[in-house]
Design a protein around this ligand. Structure first.
Ligand code: ZN
Length: 267
C-alpha cells in the first residue's frame, strides 16, 4: 500500500493518520531534524505525492523528537550539493566558482523550493514542538496553519550570528509587525509560543500531549470540506499576501541575504 509506505524515504515518514489526511514527519531526531540535501528533496517528493494524490485533502508537517527543526544542515553526510537528478528548478552550476554556485544553490534549495511548498495547492498544517531555529523558520512559515505546543519557541539568529538579514525566505514583516520583526532580527532572541500566537504567527498553542491530536483534528475538519474550495481559499489568501508585497519583499530580502553572505565571508 503506497499510503503508509515510508520505506523509500530515509529522513522523513509519510503516513495517512486519517482519511484524506497525509502526515509528513521530519524524522531525524538525533539532529533535531536539521534539513540537509536528502531531507530537502524527500520533503519535495512527499509534498508532490500528497498534492498529486486525489484522496488527500490536507497535509500535516510534523517533526520527530523534542525539537521540530534546527535549521539547515550543510555539514551532513549528504553534503551541500543536490545531485543533478534531484534538482527541481532550472538554476544549476552549484559547484561553480565564486559566488555563482553559492547563489544558485541557495536559490534552488532555500528560495524556490520553499516558495514551491508555500504554493502547494492543498492546505498544510504545521505541528510544532520544541525549538525552531533559522532555516526551520522557513519550514514553519510555508505552512498555512500553525499549531504548536506550549514549549515551542522560535529564533532567527542569522543576523546576529551570520551577518545576513534573516533566513532566505524573507517574509518576516508578513509574519509579525515591522517593529517586532526588527527587534526579533536585531536581538536574535527567542520568540515564545505565546508571543508567536499574540503576533498572529501561529493559530493555536496547546499542551504538548495534545499537540498531535489538535493538528489532526484541524486537518480532519478541513479535509471534510470541499477540496477544490479549500484550494481556492488558499490561493486567494496567498495572492492577497503577495499583493501586499510579500513576494517582492522575499525576493529583495533574498538578494540582501546574499550580499550579507558575501560581506561576512570577505571579512
Ligand atoms: Zn543563505
Amino acid at each position: 500500500d503506497m499510503a503508509t509506505n515510508g520505506q523509500e524515504f530515509q529522513q522523513i515518514i509519510y503516513e495517512e493518520p486519517a482519511p484524506k489526511v497525509a502526515r509528513i514527519v521530519m524524522n531525524r531526531p538525533g539532529r533535531a531534524n536539521a534539513q540537509g540535501i536528502t531531507m530537502t528533496y524527500e520533503l519535495d517528493e512527499a509534498f508532490k505525492r500528497a498534492c498529486h494524490d486525489d484522496n488527500i485533502n490536507v497535509i500535516i508537517l510534523a517533526g520527530a523528537g523534542d525539537h521540530w527543526n534546527a535549521g539547515h544542515d550543510l555539514s551532513g553526510e549528504d553534503g551541500p550539493m543536490p545531485a543533478p537528478e534531484q534538482v527541481v528548478g532550472l538554476w544549476g552550476e552549484y559547484d561553480g566558482k565564486g559566488w555563482e554556485g553559492y547563489y544558485s544553490r541557495e536559490r534552488e534549495i532555500y528560495l524556490e523550493i520553499s516558495e514551491r511548498w508555500r504554493n502547494a495547492p492543498k492546505p498544510v498544517i504545521a505541528e510544532i514542538q520544541g525549538s525552531v531555529i533559522s532555516g526551520g523558520i522557513i519550514l514553519a512559515w510555508m505552512c498555512d496553519l500553525i499549531v504548536c505546543s506550549e514549549d515551542a519557541r522560535f529564533r532567527d539568529p542569522t543576523a546576529v550570528e551570520m551577518g545576513i538579514c534573516g533566513v532566505e525566505l524573507w517574509q518576516h514583516p508578513y509574519e509579525m509587525s515591522a517593529r517586532q520583526a526588527k527587534e526579533w532580527l536585531m536581538t536574535g532572541g527567542w520568540m515564545s509560543a505565546q508571543d508567536a500566537k499574540d503576533r498572529g504567527m501561529v493559530n493555536h498553542v496547546v499542551p504538548l500531549e495534545q499537540l498531535s491530536a489538535k493538528a489532526l483534528d484541524m486537518a480532519k475538519t478541513i479535509a471534510a470540506n470541499n477540496k477544490f474550495t479549500m484550494k481556492m481559499v488558499k490561493q486567494a489568501v496567498n495572492f492577497a499576501q503577495d499583493q501586499m508585497g510579500r513576494k517582492a519583499s522575499v525576493d529583495f530580502g533574498f538578494h540582501l541575504h546574499q550580499i550579507g553572505h558575501m560581506q561576512a565571508m570577505m571579512n
